[in-house]
Design a protein around this ligand. Structure first.
Ligand SMILES: NC(=O)c1ccc[n+]([C@@H]2O[C@H](COP(=O)([O-])OP(=O)(O)OC[C@H]3O[C@@H](n4cnc5c(N)ncnc54)[C@H](O)[C@@H]3O)[C@@H](O)[C@H]2O)c1
Length: 495
């Protein structure tokens, strides 16, 4: 099927970008908004986005005029009567979408394909509300739509033959990489991504670590393009909240219950970038007091324990003790602060010291980040000294509580585990899941690539520790992961 004229309904965070993508590929676009005010905002999104591309030299001014010239903006859905395809990008609320699709079904020709950009809702439920269920699919773009390469094309049990392939071919024509998937809440990417973002909000609420520190840990430690709170602000907290609710309704997994903090921010109208304030946009996190630096000791992991795994790209030239010595610090047998390279609860080590108040757990993540775990006995002075020491050693400190997995592993490992379970359930292949997370989120590697470079046993053991601490069933290692480790296999079998 050839798609030449397309409609986009809803020109907010996603719809405006989707309209731009179609227009850039030479298609004629009719953009529909709810009212004149929202239409003006949508026009503003389009003009700003293409204007920025001109400023950056990625688009000639004449090309920009051509792109904008292909887009007709309207507040009347009736103008969609002649299009070949409609992509809907209105808020993530099933009743709104069903009402819209019923209306589109009345307005559009019977052959027109109706697609939803929904992140999580049942495409089947939307399809069943129309008189053309075979012609309804998911066409799920990623934020920002003009940049991100992935499009999840969602078919249902009633999709007409060829429709998914036609829409996937269109995505290819737009310069995107389509991944065809079945209809499950969250599809591939959001099913894996959103629980991680939600868990970051939970960790913050539990006081395990602060906003900026969690963001820094995931960005600099794992190499993600941005931390979870920056990403939540970009996605829109209302959208994230709705998606979590849909995931929870399908899975009844407690981890999918939206973090209470998310609900509070949404209710307060703090939606992230689109409203000017969300997790960010207020005062920056307070800087703690400077410490009086003195002597240090490093224990555990041989003292010079190497930075770990694939996140240690570059190596960093040795361990923490070496870095501190190079920075001119003195090691002592009676140190002001004892840095314990931690592999299990720091408190278990601390209680063996004559002065447990001086012990801070250190977990090096990659060659840039040091998680610094304070126990219930750690003094503020020691915590501050540890923070200042690792800064001087050229690392970004991430102060946190002494909890299994600290910040990074507590957020990363369950996500990796979820990916294994998703694959093992038969929903998507390893290669599709890896490609989806790389292209949909801009991750440097997909979850299976990350698992294999971290080491399957390390992740399995980390999950066991998380499970032992939180007793969260979903943290128990996926049976496939556990069995591969038991069998001594270091790679996932691929067909
Ligand atoms: N935000 C993301 O990162 C992201 C990524 C992928 C998919 N999505 C999905 O895209 C959809 C839209 O999300 P968003 O973040 O762009 O939301 P948004 O709130 O930024 O934009 C929604 C737009 O729809 C308009 N609208 C509402 N009712 C309408 C109607 N009846 N007719 C026409 N326009 C109407 C609103 O005025 C608004 O401009 C959701 O289904 C969401 O799950 C969002």
């Amino acid at each position: 099927m050839a798609f030449e004229r397309v409609g986009v309904v809803g020109l907010g965070t996603m719809g405006a970008g989707i309209a731009e993508v179609f227009a850039r590929a030479g298609l004629r676009v009719i953009g529909v908004e709810a009212d004149a005010e929202a239409l003006a905002r949508g026009r503003g999104h389009l003009e700003r986005s293409t204007g920025k591309a001109v400023d950056k030299g990625r688009l000639e001014p004449g090309q920009r005029d051509e792109i904008l010239g292909r887009v007709t903006l309207t507040t009347s859905r009736e103008d969609l009567r002649d299009v070949d395809l409609v992509v809907e990008a209105i808020p993530e609320i099933l009743d709104y979408k069903i009402a819209l699709f019923k209306d589109l079904d009345r307005i559009c020709e019977p052959a027109t394909v109706l697609a939803t950009n929904s992140s999580s809702l049942s495409v089947t439920a939307i399809a069943a509300a129309t008189g053309r269920p075979g012609q309804v699919v998911g066409m799920h773009f990623f934020n920002p739509a003009p940049v991100m390469k992935l499009v999840e094309v969602v078919g249902t049990v009633v999709s007409a033959p060829g429709v998914v392939a036609d829409v996937a071919a269109l995505a290819g024509r737009l310069g995107k990489t389509p991944v065809a998937v079945g209809d499950r809440a969250g599809f591939v990417v959001n099913r894996l991504l959103l629980p991680y973002l939600n868990q970051a909000a939970v960790l913050m609420e539990l006081g395990v670590a602060g906003r900026d520190d969690i963001d820094a840990a995931m960005k600099l430690g794992v190499g993600l393009p941005m931390g979870p709170f920056t990403l939540l602000d970009l996605i829109g907290l209302d959208t994230a909240y709705e998606v979590m609710g849909v995931l929870f309704d399908e899975t009844r997994d407690r981890r999918h219950a939206p973090a209470p903090l998310l609900r509070e921010l949404v209710t307060a109208g703090l939606l992230g970038r689109k409203s000017g304030r969300g997790f960010y946009g207020d005062s920056p996190q307070e800087e703690p007091a400077k410490s009086r630096l003195g002597t240090f000791g490093v224990v555990g992991g041989g003292g010079d324990g190497p930075t770990e795994g694939p996140r240690a790209a570059g190596g960093g030239g040795g361990g923490l003790a070496e870095r501190l010595r190079a920075a001119g610090f003195r090691e002592s047998e009676d140190p002001d602060v004892v840095l314990r390279l931690a592999d299990r609860p720091v408190i278990e080590h601390a209680v063996r010291l004559p002065d447990p108040a001086r012990m801070v757990g250190v977990h090096l993540v990659g060659d840039q980040v040091a998680e610094l775990a304070s126990t219930v006995l750690t003094s503020e002075e020691a915590a501050n000294a540890a923070r200042d020491l690792v800064k001087i050693a050229g690392l970004t400190p991430v102060p946190c509580k002494d909890r299994a997995g600290f910040v990074v592993d507590a957020l990363l490992f369950p996500y990796l585990n979820d990916a294994v379970r998703m694959h093992d359930s038969g929903y998507a292949s390893i290669d599709d899941i890896d490609a989806a997370m790389r292209l949909g989120c801009g991750y440097p590697a997909g979850p299976f690539e990350m698992l294999e470079s971290l080491g399957l046993a390390k992740v399995r053991d980390g999950l066991r520790a998380l499970y032992a601490e939180y007793r969260e069933p979903a943290f128990a290692p996926a049976p496939l992961l556990d069995q591969l480790v038991t069998a001594g296999v270091s790679r996932f079998p691929r067909p």
